[in-house]
Design a protein around this ligand. Structure first.
Ligand SMILES: [Zn+2]
Ligand SMILES: [Zn+2]
Length: 152
């Protein structure tokens, strides 16, 4: 399944669900997502650092059907295979989301959201491979590797 086959997120939302929008740096690619993220984390792994150019990547996870690219889907640069991949804007290169967990979930890069979601990152993960020049200065729990979320 390609991103261009996504249906509109609104069709999967209850009428009282809040819809968030997001976009890349050049605004060619826009997406909509239901404000019902299952988890949000700050990932310090080297892949997330490289794809974003940042010390870590704040991302929020949600079921695939609650997310949809609403414009610029044909301009996406897909890095990976059809099931699991990173989706960048093919023009400006922004990392918008990753399709993960056998394609069932997407990890939205929180920096591309236009509105603030209800959720906040709850932990730092892959701190074992974090950038040595970056010091975590908040009180969130830190995990050397992944953390398995409960209640989803
Ligand atoms: Zn762009
Ligand atoms: Zn990562």
């Amino acid at each position: 399944m390609t991103a261009s086959e996504n249906s509109n997120a609104n069709s999967h939302a209850n009428s009282d669900d809040r819809i968030l929008t997001g976009e890349c740096y050049c605004r060619d690619v826009r997406y909509e997502v239901v404000d019902a993220f299952a988890y949000a984390l700050n990932c310090h792994c080297s892949n997330c650092r490289r794809t974003t150019g940042s010390a870590f990547k704040p991302f929020a996870g949600i079921a695939r059907e609650k997310f949809a690219v609403v414009s610029g889907a044909d301009a996406l640069l897909i890095y990976g295979d059809a099931v699991t991949h990173d989706a960048h804007c093919g023009r400006c290169g922004s990392l918008l989301y990753s399709q993960v967990r056998d394609g069932a979930y997407v990890h939205v890069t929180m920096g591309t959201l236009r509105e603030a979601p209800a959720i906040r990152p709850s932990a730092h993960i892959f701190v074992g491979s974090k950038a040595p020049w970056y010091e975590i200065s908040d009180e969130l729990p830190q995990y050397q590797g992944h953390v398995t979320q409960s209640g989803e």
